[in-house]
Design a protein around this ligand. Structure first.
Ligand code: XUL
Length: 520
């Protein structure tokens, strides 16, 4: 059996797969807020950070690992696990001194991971992906490379506040002595893999590309980005390596304490989005994943490391080889909920309004779907704007507004993913709002591609389990055929007559965006 772990913002989840039966053999989760309440992080991060700072306590992740294995061991036979892989929330970083490696090598099962490893931390808390405190550092790195285009060309993204390089630079500036004492800087993914393998692990290309430090052409740390970030950084970074590289045997700590077999091995961990690409069965170009969550994300496999000339999209390594794009839209459910509340609807009324009650309005109105600051395109606040046969002011009917919002969200996605030049042959939709048929049909219509929904509840942990099985020699594409199957009856076809309608809307939407929002 093969185990996948996903260390996400709010929880640590395990999915165990049995490729022989083709079934998920076990699942288990530790919620940081409810299971480890003494860390006072109800949503997985330390509340109340100043100046955009969002940090989490890495000791909480270690406690979660011990707790997860204790729980998992009560429902599954851990002695059958042959390989473990995992994923971590992207961009988060952990800072450790030169005792980390020896502490990992001599872990005592009588004591907790936290007791033994926390003395090695040189930074008490870890900045995570929600952190926006590094605007100044992004500007400095960008200036050192002569502009955003060069940072993007090399690393796959312009310098972004949440990315690890700018976060490392901020730490170096704020506490140079602690930075000096730091011997190793890990991502959440490589930190967790190190603990499991009992020795420092490499950083995979998928997660490593979320640092503004990896050169996508050479797949090595980029010397100019390193020196623009902080002195002596190369010595502190684990080396980059392909996803699924086997790190070695599991640490004896987990064998003695949690009953894993001594011949169980640990493969490199990756980022949660690259792992989700695997778990959604979308590692081949042509498959697009749209995840409708608090923020919406759009990700897809790409044959080469093409970058977004406007700098909104990111390029990461695809665990199956090659590259993937990731584009985040902050106004996802945030905007859908804001409009739903404004109109006083519940979700089923919102769903009907999206589809059956508003068909006649298709493409007749345009909405800039920004109910708060947006990152794609970047603007502090320029909407929402409704233009067309009716307006907010003239009391546009609910169906019209709901359809215009969703059309705006998906046109914005279509517009800002055109740079990839990968036609959407099939869209795999996930996240809370994907269950809503009206919303899902609109995705199919705006993109003019069939939409499928899978029975996967944690696509990152499942993806990690599939990566583990592939690292042990199983065929990833075959595994995906077994485990990443579209729910029968939940597929939706696009309405062909709406193809030309939304083609025209796309141009009108782009023009409205240019007129209304600066920097769009
Ligand atoms: C991606 C990003 C988030 C985190 C969430 O760039 O910041 O999707 O990976 O865990």
């Amino acid at each position: 059996m093969f185990l996948g772990l996903d260390s996400s913002t709010q929880s640590l989840t395990a999915v165990l797969i049995d490729p022989v039966s083709g079934k998920i053999a076990g699942q288990c989760s530790v919620n940081f807020g409810t299971d480890l309440p003494h860390y006072n992080a109800p949503s997985g991060f330390i509340p109340g950070g100043a100046g955009g700072e969002v940090h989490a306590d890495p000791r909480m992740w270690l406690d979660a690992l011990d707790l997860l294995f204790s729980r998992l061991g009560t429902s599954v036979d851990l002695a059958k696990v042959k390989m473990i892989a995992g994923s971590g929330q992207q961009h988060g970083s952990v800072y450790l001194d030169d005792t980390f490696a020896s502490r990992l090598a001599t872990l005592d099962p009588q004591q907790s991971l936290t007791t033994q490893l926390s003395p090695a931390l040189t930074r008490a808390s870890s900045p995570i992906w929600m952190d926006t405190s590094t605007g100044e550092e992004c500007a400095e790195i960008t200036a050192a490379l002569n502009g955003p285009a060069e940072v993007c060309r090399r690393s796959g993204s312009i310098a972004i506040e949440r990315f690890t390089g700018p976060q490392i630079r901020r730490f170096f500036k704020q506490d140079p002595a602690a930075y000096e004492r730091t011997a190793q800087i890990h991502l959440v993914s490589s930190f967790m893999a190190s603990v499991l393998a009992g020795k420092p692990a490499a950083i995979d290309y998928g997660d490593g590309a979320g640092m503004n430090l990896l050169n996508l052409a050479t797949l090595e740390w980029d010397p100019d980005l390193l020196s623009a970030t902080a002195p002596g950084l190369l010595e502190k970074l684990p080396s980059p390596a392909p996803a699924g590289t086997v790190q070695g045997a599991v640490s004896p700590y987990f064998v003695r304490k949690h009953g894993l077999p001594a011949d169980c091995r640990v493969a490199l961990f990756t980022g949660d989005n690259p792992a989700s690409l695997v778990g959604m069965g979308a590692t081949a170009p042509g498959n697009i994943v749209i995840s409708l969550g608090t923020s919406d994300t759009f990700f897809a496999a790409m044959p080469g490391p093409k970058t977004d000339p406007k700098g909104f999209g990111h390029v990461f390594g695809n665990p199956a080889g090659g590259f993937m794009s990731l584009i985040c839209f902050r106004n996802g459910s945030l905007a859908r909920e804001a409009l739903r509340d404004r109109l006083g609807l519940d979700w089923s009324a919102f769903d009907r309004a999206a589809l059956s009650e508003s068909r006649d309005f298709a493409g007749k109105n345009l909405m800039l779907p920004f109910f708060g600051p947006e990152i794609t395109p970047r603007n502090d606040f320029c909407g929402p704007v409704l233009k067309g046969v009716s307006s907010f002011e003239s009391g546009a009917e609910p169906g019209l507004q709901v359809r215009a919002l969703l059309e705006g969200q998906f046109l914005n996605m279509r517009l800002h993913s055109e740079w990839m030049e990968v036609p959407a042959e099939r869209i795999r939709l996930t996240g809370g709002a994907s269950k809503n048929d009206g919303i899902a049909q609109l995705v199919a219509d705006v993109f003019q591609a069939p939409v499928e929904r899978l029975d996967v509840s944690n696509s990152a942990a499942l993806g990690a389990a599939l990566i583990a099985a592939a690292a042990a020699g199983q065929d990833l594409a075959e595994l995906q055929k077994t485990f990443c199957v579209a729910s029968p009856g939940a597929a939706l076809q696009p309405e062909p007559s709406l193809g030309p309608v939304y083609q025209e809307s796309l141009a009108l939407f782009a023009a409205l965006l240019r007129e209304t929002c600066a920097r769009a």
